[in-house]
Design a protein around this ligand. Structure first.
Ligand code: PLP
Length: 236
């Protein structure tokens, strides 16, 4: 990855946004078809403000207990908030209504709890289904073979809408090695879309992080989740 030392957040935001535009062009995709989710876990509120001033519009957090106070501290700064981390059932109630999209629904059970709590709050929650695309034993997410069956069950939940898929591919240093996994996620989304299940859309593909977001865009990402390339390395 490019060196980050000595560059300001504004410069990094501009650089990532311009790389997103170039990757869209290379892929023959319309400008603006990819949205940047700035991953702000462990990032101080002042740095997030700097990022927002530089043009960030969507913030992604992965821990409830960190996200809630930050969101409260940034109420004067309009942004969309996405939840991208593992969500425990017992925390669902505290996130309903606070995040435009939850990227990380990894079981039917969790979807049912979100639906129930959203119903109580008179809210409708958009979600993505997290897919364990590499079938890794330690990773959360639906196995690709199971999700087609599970999605029909989730389609019936009245207070939740499935809008697409999300994945974190097996980790390597070479961004190209993620490409087949991104292709596989895209194919899975197409397969689900072809079922034309009412209230299920496959419009969004959340894939690609700091070291491989350009590859993900070439393979059809509509949401890229980028932290380090914007805010520098995390020390925790
Ligand atoms: C931390 C995180 C990211 C961002 O990772 P970087 O490599 O810092 O860009 C993306 N997605 C999820 C789910 C994360 O937890």
């Amino acid at each position: 990855m490019e060196p980050l030392i000595g560059r300001t957040i504004v410069e990094r935001v501009q650089s990532v946004l311009s790389k997103i535009r170039s990757a869209e062009e290379r892929a023959g995709r319309p400008g603006g078809s990819v949205r940047l989710v700035a991953v702000t876990k462990t990032v101080a509120v002042d740095h997030i403000k700097e990022g927002l001033r530089a043009g960030l519009t969507i913030l992604g957090e992965n821990r409830v207990q960190e996200a809630l106070p930050k969101k409260a501290a940034l109420t004067e700064h309009p942004a969309c908030w996405h939840f991208i981390g593992h969500l425990q059932r017992r925390k669902v109630r505290s996130v309903i209504g606070l995040f435009d999209v939850i990227h990380s629904v990894d079981s039917v059970d969790l979807a049912q709890e979100i639906d129930r709590r959203a119903g109580e709050a008179d809210h409708h929650q958009s979600v993505l289904l997290e897919i364990n695309i590499g079938n890794e034993p330690t990773k959360a997410g639906f196995h690709p073979e199971d999700v087609v069956r599970s999605v029909s069950a989730m389609a019936e939940l009245p207070h939740l809408s499935v809008k697409g898929l999300m994945t974190i591919p097996p980790q390597t240093d070479d961004p190209q090695s993620a490409r087949p996994y991104f292709q596989k996620l895209k194919e899975l989304a197409q397969q689900i879309a072809a079922l034309k299940i009412p209230s299920v859309s496959m419009d969004d593909l959340s894939m690609g992080m700091s070291n491989d977001y350009e590859v993900a865009i070439e393979e059809g990402a509509t949401l890229v989740r980028v932290g380090t390339a914007l805010f520098g390395a995390r020390h925790v």
